[in-house]
Design a protein around this ligand. Sequence first.
Ligand code: 2PG
Ligand code: MG
Length: 401
Amino acid sequence: MTLITDVRLRRVLDSRGNPTVEADVLTQSGGFGRAAAPSGASTGEYEAIELPPSEAIAAARRHAVPRLIEEVHAGNQREVDGALRAADGTDNFSEIGANSAVAISMAAAKAGADVLGAPLYQHLGGAFRGENFPVPLGNVVGGGEHAKEATHIQEFLAAPVGAPSVSEAVFANAAVHARVSEILDERDTPAAKGDEGAWAPPISDAEAFEVVDEAVSDVEDELGFEVRFGLDMAAAELYDDDEDGYVYGDEVKSTDEQVDYVAEMVEEYDLVYVEDPLDEDDYEGFADLTERVGDQTLICGDDLFVTNVERLQDGIDAGAGNSILIKPNQIGTLSDAFDAVELAVRNGYDAVISHRSGETEDTTIAHLAVATDAAFIKTGTVQGERTAKLNELIRIADDAV
Ligand SMILES: O=C(O)[C@@H](CO)OP(=O)(O)O
Ligand SMILES: [Mg+2]
């Protein structure tokens, strides 16, 4: 019934106005799934390869589509993803592009769910999934590669850890985003927005800590449940080999100073989450920091692990981090993303399912987060391509998908 009968690929717009790959998968019994690949700006060096969309589409049509049509069942995700891997023949999807691979992989999952008449999260996670919901990490202030003339730290993320429901959590993040804007106004600080819809004010990181801390406390008082915050430092973008350190404008921090700085910020602001606090090759630095503050906060590897089980296993062996960011397009298929979650959970690491800075209205990651029982989902706060995922989470909780 779920035998794939057609795969259609096209270029569509992403939220930055760039082209990206969209896939439609059709099955014998009329099942249909559609998904689009997201795209990063602060991409990790070890990510699977994103090809220019036209090239990725042409290569996938040549190599992958013939191996899928009348050959593979959309309901069997391992079979779909195995065919994509076989069609590509490389470790990093450099032949057909991870953007084509992930779009087809996700579209096939949706087609499989469609035939079963089940919501995607249930198809992927099983009948007993859907009781627990991830805490949404909401980007409220940011800079780095996502905005010019703003903070060095890429993302300051509201984390409504005490919210009684996913809907209240989503609205809490929106309230923090709104409160940040008021506080910036009070300080006569103009702010543009970055790629993910976070405020991108021309202020120092130290001031951003103050502003976000104040906004989070105000919203916590107003709503009456615990709201904290965290960071994505995207430190691989700050690290400069020539300087042998992390560059914050005129200041350069050595690795030891960077570890001290992050540990101090965790203490001072009671941070609940710190992503990529060190360079993407620095397992040792991650391990030092995890040793110091890993019992108080999540230390999450994004560019460090790139959703890759081998890199995650190296991290587990080294004691580097206690959490992994999961981005399906970093590795190319849903099966690979699930394998990374499974390895993480077996080793006491929390999984955090994540969007990219370039997104579409695709909502697959909302389902993925519920299907995998992930602790957190990072998918912005406002702006259509972000609210698409957040609203889908609300619908899943309301049994309305
Ligand atoms: O670093 C990150 O975690 C992401 C998403 O916030 O950014 P990008 O997609 O640009 O890699
Ligand atoms: Mg990151």
